[in-house]
Ligand binder design. Structure first.
Ligand code: ATP
Length: 223
């Protein structure tokens, strides 16, 4: 059976989630207090309704507890975001993802029982900063304060070397999860796999180890 999603708040963030879920073939209920927003996103959603989700009766009458996953994408109005989240927790929605505006907002959302709190602007800022600092880092995903997954472009220093030669796990404590070469993806590559210039390596490790490895082996193309 298809998963049922509801997205509350149809700003840029909530709106893009609605569109993407719809493109992925999911059932999406789009909700906003503003009628223009509801009309704008009605074509992209399975249903679109106008409601103030801080009103408990309005929320219940939408049958919100029957949804598998509710995304709260109310931004500026932190009070509305918190109240809405609290009621979703109380009615027992199994998965609640909420967009936080700042660290205090995040703290409160975690305390009241949001299952996942996201900071799209902050996270995108971090990713872009990593990409700006080193052009060998294509993408960056923070797993915790210490650990990350990064995409690195292979340059001359690793060209034609096998993973065994480079011994990245022993020397840097980093694991290569996959290698992308053009359209091909080699997941869990074998130790005798030879790297080629322009390969994209998906690496998991501690931030300081990834940085060390990147400076030693992947910095040859930077200006
Ligand atoms: P983005 O950055 O994603 O564009 P934002 O952080 O600027 O969003 P807002 O525009 O403040 O966020 O809020 C997103 C949407 O949430 C708005 O369309 C707003 O009408 C809607 N919204 C705000 N309060 C409520 C509420 N109580 N019930 C339902 N929708 C609400």
């Amino acid at each position: 059976m298809k998963k049922q999603f509801a997205v509350i708040g149809l700003g840029r963030f909530g709106g893009s989630i609605v569109k993407e879920l719809n493109d992925l073939g999911m059932e999406v209920l789009a909700i906003d207090i503003n009628e223009d927003k509801v009309n704008e996103f009605a074509p992209a959603a399975t249903h679109a309704v106008m409601a103030d989700t801080t009103d408990e009766n309005a929320l219940r009458s939408l049958g919100i507890r029957n949804f598998d996953h509710v995304i709260v994408a109310i931004g500026d109005n932190i009070q509305s975001s918190i109240l809405t989240t609290l009621m979703l927790v109380e009615v027992g929605v199994p998965h609640i993802t909420v967009k936080a505006q700042n660290d205090y907002h995040e703290k409160v959302l975690n305390k009241i029982g949001a299952h996942k709190v996201v900071h799209p602007e902050r996270d995108m800022g971090i990713r872009i900063a990593h990409n700006l600092v080193s052009k060998n880092v294509l993408d960056y995903l923070e797993l915790s304060d210490e650990y990350s997954i990064v995409e690195l472009i292979a340059g001359d220093r690793v060209h034609n070397h096998s993973l065994m030669d480079l011994d990245l796990r022993a020397k840097y404590g980093c694991n290569i999860m996959a290698i992308k070469r053009g359209e091909d993806i080699n997941v869990s590559p074998a130790a005798d796999e030879n790297l080629k210039k322009q390969d994209i390596l998906i690496v998991i490790g501690a931030d300081r180890d990834i940085t060390r490895m990147e400076q030693d082996l992947f910095d040859d193309d930077s200006d």
